[in-house]
Design a protein around this ligand. Sequence first.
Ligand SMILES: Nc1ncnc2c1ncn2[C@@H]1O[C@H](COP(=O)(O)OP(=O)(O)OP(=O)(O)O)[C@@H](O)[C@H]1O
Length: 451
Amino acid sequence: MSSNGWDISTIRAPLMSTVIEESYALVVLDGAQAGLRCVFNGTVGSRLLVGKGPACDLRLEDPMVSRRHAVFEIGPKGVRLTDLESTNGTTINGVSIHEAYVRDGDRVRVAQTTLHLQRGEPKAVPLPKDIRFGRMLGASPVMRRLYPLCRRFAESELPVLIEGETGTGKEVLAEALHEASRRAKAPFVVFDCTAVPPNLMESTLFGHERGSFTGAFAPRKGVFEEAHGGTLFIDELGELDLPLQPKLLRALERGEVQRVGSNQWMRVDVRVIAATRRDLDREVQAGRFRDDLFFRLAVGRIELPPLRDRTGDVGLLACQFWQALGGSGVPMPEDLIQRFEDYRWPGNVRELRNAVARALALGETALAAENPPGKLDEPPRAPAGKGDLIEEILATELPLTRARERLVSEFERKYVERVLARHDGNVVRAAAASGIARRYFQILRARHTRG
Ligand SMILES: Nc1ncnc2c1ncn2[C@@H]1O[C@H](COP(=O)(O)OP(=O)(O)OP(=O)(O)O)[C@@H](O)[C@H]1O
């Protein structure tokens, strides 16, 4: 057992010591920034944000470009480009896209600016050896690459914004950052913006004096005062009411808070770590979140990848949970681990932990031995490593139009793959079988595959 209570003997595959890093460059071909070259290196999941806004990796001066216009992401099959509901749209080689693969040499147009994608030589880069940061466990390359950054943020006093889908471990990470910081012995206080009714938000954050509102029978400290000397974790930051945002900003900038019903300012020494499931850049763009507060809180940013992108971590985490939840006498059944590894986990690590708890409670040790994989209730065995697509898209909590577009796009991708496979890759026959023109079929294929 390690000092964190994790048993590293449950690592199932040999740890990779290097990872192949892809390298791409985006070159601006026209306008005032012609010749500008922006390089992005990374592994699966690395992203490059393009737009006018200050959070963008490639900031364009084109007035027709949106604050956050589009994002390039390195995926297992190449670079995927997603238009982030920009006002003036994105095209690849003249074809308008919402989400599509971009190939070496393609021309991408964002509003009035043309970008040229150039692929460089991939190279092997060493991977850090650690498989955990505090209580946060994960031996996948994508997690191991995060830990050095986490350590640097923990040692600094910077505010940090943690982003990630539900159940990816944002709170676990916030606590680990606190525990690895010089504030470790002081309080770690959690304020969840979704758990407090709107009329009590201000007094929960900043405290209140007796009689300041109906029901305020006694004075009460707010979470800022409680966290004095330590760390305040603001969970679901995206849900913070707009009218409260300037008050929070003031507290952060001046290091002072005022209880509701008081006219005195109190000094507080608090480090803030915030988390969000929502895409806060998008909330800022839509005017639902103040950009000054966003930039005050997002000085350090950590994006926790979804569990489905953490290669090898499902088995490792499942075995750890199995032991921690009382299954230590019996090893976790191999076929159950296999089924867990095949599932997509839209609810991420939390869903995995619950599934292990359920398997233990229902005595799935015995069931798994009797039933062929896939016959058990949860989680369903998913063909080709995919879960329930609709559930998966629902878990992203996208607005209806974007969720619908994503569903259609995924469906089109699978359709094209399937029909091409049925016709041995022959586009003419595949298009005829699909009942659409060959030109349109080719556009669909270019949009969804690299072939
Ligand atoms: N890397 C990890 N190692 C071990 N346990 C983890 C890890 N990530 C998450 N967990 C466990 O998964 C559960 C959910 O984690 P947590 O509450 O931190 O997620 P979250 O991202 O904050 O979720 P939400 O967005 O719903 O608030 C907890 O039981 C936590 O202990």
